[in-house]
Ligand binder design. Sequence first.
Ligand code: NDP
Length: 485
Amino acid sequence: MQDPQPTASHFVNGAYLEDTAGTPIDVVYPATGAVIARVHAATPAVIDAALDAAVAGQKVWAAMTGTERGRILRRAADMMRDRNRALSELETLDTGKPMQETLVVDATSGADALEYFGGLAGSLTGEHIPLAGGDFVYTRRVPLGVCVGIGAWNYPTQIACWKGAPALACGNAMVFKPSETTPLCALKVAEILHEAGLPAGVYNVVQGMGEVGGALVTDPRVAKVSLTGSVPTGRKVYAAAAEGMKHVTMELGGKSPMLIFDDADLENAVSGAILGNFYSSGQVCSNGTRVFVQKGIKDAFLARLSERLAHVKIGDPMDETVSFGPMVSERQMRIVEGYVDAGLNEGARLVTGGKQLAREGFYLPPTVFADVTDDMSIAREEIFGPVMAVLDFDDEAEAIARANDTPFGLAAGVFTQDITRAHRVIAALEAGTGYINTYNLAPVEAPFGGTKASGVGRENSKLAIEHYSEMRSVYVAMNDVEAPY
Ligand code: NDP
């Protein structure tokens, strides 16, 4: 196994950079609790160097053709795929997610983003708008400049690429700050991009806690901020960005509903509920954590869910047969345990799980509460852990109203074999990302993001281009200028 200790804490101006004067950040392997690496938070000098490098690098990068930029991004995508195993191991060491997941989701989805936006880079253009008398306007699609990416800890490689790929395709530079909990993977993304031919300074990584993110967001050299994080952090970052009139993308939290109707295919509905609650130990922003089950199918659903959960293989995430790993940190596990206690105190029925496993590491097993009511905290607040809340409902209108009764709006799912109901219900649910008879897929070709408090803007798809570039228009007169005097 590789040594997870990176060459240095930061990647700035095309090279690793260290400054041990910054606050030390220990990297803890969630499966054992052991410290496996140490980095240092960026000092003001490191932040300054990264922003200066990004300003200079962006000019070089934007002067290249889109086709040249795209070629470099696609080369980086190929390199990520070639190195998938090593990158997956690092992702597992950083997050604790099982290799069974990281081998097929993390570097691979990062590579998809680099390939997809690399493919688009050469076709990003403006348009010609004909006007009276032969006059016309043409528009030029221009990059925003220096973009800041701030990541959460659940998908450190994917988030670094989902933000970096569209930003770079449009001709921007990026300074990315990973979560302090998972600082390792973004450094590898930067290393690969530069090995693929990226000019120095175009993609930089600086480590640190919230205050480093705050310093980046308020810096006048920065034109745009893209955050993946919680709603409270989103509010702070959005407000700070507004002060400087910066563009934003906010990918925030959720408490997404999944509606399972009596006529649903039971196996598919149970599979969707498992994927939408327990993948990555439940640490997924779009999880369908409020599972509304119509009364006629409720007993069968809970019985089959329990049978299926008996087959979960919890253990060493490096063992590729293991399907469920630890939570990312002891802190996060304690937060989730607090919600388990709240569920019990508020009268929900614990069907399975709920107790930390007696082994090293931060293991909380798949946990299911039934008979949950809308007012309970486990039905209202984002838990961000392996806790499923099952709620009953009688009819469609009631389920829709209750599903929408939340400040969040990230995702929503419906399981039914009635095709008209499927489309009617998904259209009525207030969510940026909807699913019919499946859950939690996020292909790079499709827009992803939230409505209401869950966010602003979209990642992935052609729409992301709109969030990393702006149109400038030029009016061209073909006639004399008429002035009144
Ligand atoms: P946080 O909101 O705690 O942190 C997100 C990032 O913002 C971290 O890098 C954090 O740094 C940084 N940060 C914190 N405060 C500030 C600040 N004032 N200014 C600038 N940056 C700041 O989220 P978590 O890391 O705990 O991740 C979990 C959350 O992320 C959940 O709510 C989840 O739903 C959401 N999420 C959303 C996704 C989406 O696509 N919509 C996808 C994945 C997760 P540090 O932590 O190092 O202090």
